[in-house]
Write a protein that binds this ligand. Structure first.
Ligand code: NAD
Length: 953
């Protein structure tokens, strides 16, 4: 890499800065500019403004606009002249003013997609010694129609009259986002994604070739980066018509970008084509950081802005030294960074055909003019789109203009010293990725965007599949575990526990419990921790079992295993805090203490739908508190239970302390009824749960204790969609909640109650997005959803679909694999015109069946949601603080989710469990759970002896 001539860089940068500082960028002028400038130092006001901009496209009418603006400003609590004026405008008669200002702001950056508006801007820019590139702004799409619309916008751009430059024809030059070309863009389904993207990319690149255009593939979130680079390199080979110019954007805030650049260079050499690279700093830092913390994945970007700047300079040097194979675009607004590029280009004698600087339309015009004075090849990046729906883009640009670290802000508003702005950035730490500081609260889910993780998971699946057989084991007393996708395939079999063996098993467990309880708490905690580590080390194996036995797609299976591990670690930590003596109130002559003691013998009765997580969670709670635990899994989850018991063997949990009993309802009933049992930890259906409660609270002869029942039951969960909901979020969240694991989660959404104003558009997008989901073999990562657990479960769901057909209106039904041996699939179904009294609105269905209802207003929608026997999870999509507060106060559910999906609770983060007929109200994975497995003893000791008080002298 050629060394940077610091003297030259400094000279150019100073000239740029000096010239640029003669004027202020347009964005900071006028009323909206005043507001922005005030927002720089008033973070709550800035948040209020951004929230208003975010919701604006969804608001119908001035009353709604005024209500939102007022609510956000009230929450911000800012005082002074400007916030006061803003509040004044937050009334229906004046809210048009705020809307107008935001349109003005948007117009700074975005050009409307009409031939007239575009020609106007292109002609204006033609007066500059600069070329243009267009970007049809778009985000990831949910439906095929949205992807079609995006493709058509790009085709439209290609067809425009690009003769704007002094009457000379310009070749079209544009950027596209691959995620906007196909719904379901997913690293787990590389082949399917490629096929879907190519269906729309092909006509674009064909026209691009005809028009001799440059097409730059934009870079997006890190999770998709690998796939985007792969697709770009693939397109270079696949669409090898030399008339179009391929280019890709690379982000300097990623340490990995150097490797990606090497791949691009190699591809350029191999293909003999000159490829384009646009170097940017990266626009998703805040999101990447938030996601990394939430997911517990390494932060892919540099944490330190100077490191990004230094990497940018280093990459600039590499790129500009390779203009033999690359066409290089250096995109940015930082005078020093751009000066580095100019210095390298001058030293190398590069011409306008080899490199250029790119700047965003509407950003930092004074710097643009300063660059023109320096006579550098310049291209203006012009985003086009609808002024209102381009709000996400607008917010990103405003962030860039107002963030504390923003170079624009430092240059023009903070009036930072030249020396500080021109200082050479400290070089980055040479690590592949920077770990986030806080340790993740739960085990991170597998990152399937990493090829090695996909390969490891596939290997685990392959080895499980190799053990499948189609020959049933002999012996009537053996249970055969079947693959619900291909029921003729048998995963294994096991001997059912005869009822007449129960007494002996219980006697042995009671005897063993004493020794187990006598072990120091730390030892029990360490044993569970060892079990967690053991499962963690084989997590893909445990997940593969669920793919084949429970019909769980990869991500669902992986999450279940992670949750099991979390339970083991979380309850261990909780037990350490609960163990020992705890003081209440002491007096000089009296010492008061309490402690927790194990109850004795627990029976754990688990469902099949989280075959490892729920079984492990209830078992861990029983064991760590010092009880023996007889575990009875549901038969369709047997293989997971067998694997769990084998893992227990490996870490030394005695079989007598935790015997595995294999059987169905009869065995469960026998265990529940046994007089020696002291705790019943049950998770399953409402009917069985209520039976268990009834039976457990009826003492048997000789029974001298009350059985403690931990009882988690079903749900009929609702999501309320308010008139101002973000439909991108709501549609994605509803579909994930309703159809995730084919609707077989107790937390699944099965009712949507939409406020009438939004119902038609919600329905339309929901159906279109649902149609993009793929149902099929869960072992195939291209499938989003799989079969139901059994023939009986399928029949039950189909019966409800028939009932729904009579009660309501069938809005949409998807297709699933059909035919002999094709598995227990139930078509995903959406009903509309459902009323609260309908059975499909009241009864738990446990399949992919969704009931859509409407309500005139938010409060009524909430009342409908609450009018239900169950109260497990509930969701609300709204952007009005008052409505979110109402939901917090009045939505009576165990787990309330605001503006996110209703499934996927994390141990210790979202303790989980319901009330009403969904459960007893003490949540699994929460701080109170373990106490149910113990009894509490308090002791009070008189320590005064004949008037002598120890420690009192
Ligand atoms: P289920 O009630 O049919 O069976 C659960 C367990 O109970 C199984 O092990 C079963 O063999 C056993 N069992 C059945 N009848 C019994 C009886 N009379 N006495 C003792 N044990 C008996 O439930 P399922 O089909 O396995 O699971 C799905 C149900 O579980 C759904 O209703 C779902 O909502 C609920 N669920 C609730 C939660 C929660 O946390 N609230 C979590 C997962 C599943």
């Amino acid at each position: 890499m050629p060394a940077t001539d610091e003297g030259l860089v400094h000279h150019i940068a100073s000239a740029l800065l000096h010239s640029a500082r003669q004027h202020k960028p347009r964005i900071y002028n006028g009323v909206s500019g005043q507001v922005l400038r005030r927002c720089l130092d008033d973070a709550p006001l800035r948040a209020a403004l951004f929230r208003f901009i975010d919701v604006l496209p969804q608001l119908q009418g001035s009353a709604a606009q005024a209500a939102h603006l007022r609510a956000y400003l009230d929450e911000a609590g800012s005082t002074g002249l400007l916030p006061g004026l803003m509040k004044l405008s937050a009334r229906p008669s004046l809210s048009w003013l705020a809307t107008l200002q935001i349109r003005h702001l948007a117009q700074n950056f975005l050009v409307e997609e009409t031939p007239r508006a575009l020609a106007l801007v292109l002609n204006k820019l033609a007066a500059l010694p600069a070329t243009v590139t267009l970007d049809a702004v778009g985000e990831a799409v949910l439906t095929e129609a949205e992807a079609d619309a995006y493709r058509d916008r790009v085709l439209w751009q290609l067809q425009q009259d690009w003769c704007a430059k002094h009457g000379q024809r310009q070749a079209p030059h544009l950027s596209i986002k691959l995620t906007a070309l196909a719904p379901g863009f997913d690293p787990l389904d590389a082949g399917g994604t490629r096929r879907r993207v190519y269906a729309r990319l092909t006509p674009i690149l064909e026209l691009a070739a005809e028009r001799q255009a440059t097409v730059t593939i934009d870079m997006e979130h890190h999770e998709l980066k690998q796939q985007i680079v792969d697709l770009f390199l693939d397109a270079v080979v696949h669409f090898n018509d030399p008339r179009w110019q391929p280019a890709i954007a690379l982000q300097a805030y990623l340490p990995e970008t150097r490797d990606d650049l090497s791949r691009v260079l190699e591809a350029a050499q191999r293909s003999g084509r000159r490829l384009g690279v646009r170097l940017v700093k990266g626009a998703y830092w805040d999101q990447e950081h938030a996601w990394a913390l939430e997911r517990g994945w390494p932060m892919p970007c540099y944490l330190d802005k100077a490191a990004t700047d230094a990497n940018y300079e280093a990459l600039t040097a590499i790129l500009l030294a390779r203009t033999d194979t690359l066409h290089v675009a250096i995109a940015g607004h930082n005078p020093r960074s751009l000066a580095v590029a100019i210095a390298h280009a001058r030293q190398a004698g590069l011409t306008a055909t080899q490199w250029e600087i790119q700047m965003l339309h509407g950003m930092a015009e004074p710097l643009r003019d300063a660059l023109i004075e320096q006579d550098v090849p310049l291209r203006i990046y012009v985003p086009t789109g609808d002024l209102l729906s381009g709000m996400a883009y607008l917010i990103r640009r405003l962030l860039e203009n107002t963030a504390g670290t923003s170079i624009l802000r430092q240059t023009w508003l903070d009036e930072a010293q030249d020396a500080a702005l021109l200082q050479r950035p400290a070089p980055p730490v040479p690590s592949a990725s920077t770990p986030v500081s806080a340790p993740p609260p739960t085990l991170p889910l597998s990152d399937f965007s990493r090829p090695e993780v996909r390969a490891a998971f596939q290997r685990a699946l392959d080895s499980m599949q190799a053990q499948l057989s189609e020959r049933p084991a002999t012996g009537a007393e053996r249970y055969q575990s079947r693959n619900p996708h291909a029921p003729q395939q048998i995963l294994g079999s096991a001997r059912m526990t005869p009822l007449n063996e129960v007494d002996a098993i219980i006697a042995a467990a009671r005897a063993a419990q004493r020794g187990w309880a006598a072990r120091p708490v730390v030892e029990r905690v360490n044993t569970l921790s060892a079990l967690a580590d053991h499962i963690d080390a084989a997590r893909h194996h445990f997940a593969a079992i669920q793919v084949l036995e429970a019909g769980k797609p990869w991500r669902e299976a992986d999450a279940d295993v992670a949750e099991a591990i979390d339970f083991l670690r979380y309850y261990g930590a909780q037990m350490l805090a609960l163990s020992g003596d705890h003081a209440t109130v002491d007096f000089p002559g009296e010492r008061n203490r309490y402690c927790y003691r194990p109850r004795g013998l627990a029976v754990v009765i688990a469902p099949w739908n989280f075959p490892l997580a729920i079984l492990t969670g209830m078992t861990a709670a029983a064991l760590v508190t010092g009880n023996a635990a007889l575990i009875k899994p549901a038969l369709p989850g047997l293989q997971s239970a067998l694997a769990l018991r084998a893992a227990m063997d490996a870490v030394g949990i005695p079989r007598d302390v935790c015997p595995l009993l294999i059987g169905d309802a009869d065995l469960g009933r026998a265990l529940v009824a046994h007089s020696a049992v002291e705790i019943i930890a049950f998770t399953g259906s409402r009917a069985v749960g209520l039976d268990i409660l009834h039976e457990a609270h009826t003492p048997r002869s000789g029974q001298r204790h009350i059985k403690q029942v931990v009882c988690e039951m079903g749900g009929k969960n609702a999501i309320v969609v308010d008139a101002d909901a973000d439909l991108d979020e709501a549609v994605g969240g509803i579909l994930a909640s309703a159809f995730g694991y084919s609707g077989q989660k107790c937390s699944a959404c099965s009712r949507v109650i939409a406020v009438e104003a939004i119902a038609p558009s919600l329905q339309q997008r929901l159906v279109a997005a649902a149609a993009t989901l793929r149902w099929g073999d869960p072992a195939d990562p291209s499938c989003d959803h799989g079969p139901l657990i059994s023939a009986a479960a399928r029949q039950k769901a189909l019966d409800y679909i028939a009932i729904g057909g009579q009660e309501a209106h069938l809005l949409w039904q998807g297709s699933v694999p059909q035919g002999d041996g094709s598995g227990w699939y139930c078509p995903p179904t959406i009903f509309t015109e459902v009323r609260p009294e309908h059975r499909i609105a009241r009864e738990e269905i446990f399949g992919p069946v969704l009931a859509l209802m409407t309500a005139p207003d938010f409060a009524t929608a909430l009342a409908i949601a609450n009018n239900c026997d169950y109260a497990l999870t509930g969701g609300v999509y709204s952007r009005l603080p008052r409505h979110l507060a109402l939901a917090r106060d009045e939505f009576r559910v165990g787990n309330l989710y605001l503006n996110r999906r209703t499934t996927g609770a994390r141990v210790g983060v979202q303790p989980f469990g319901g009330i009403a007929l969904s459960g007893t109200g003490i949540q699994a994975g929460g701080p109170d759970y373990l106490k149910q497995f113990m009894w509490m003893q308090s002791s009070s000791e008189n320590i005064m002896r004949k008037g002598f008080v120890p420690g009192g002298e």
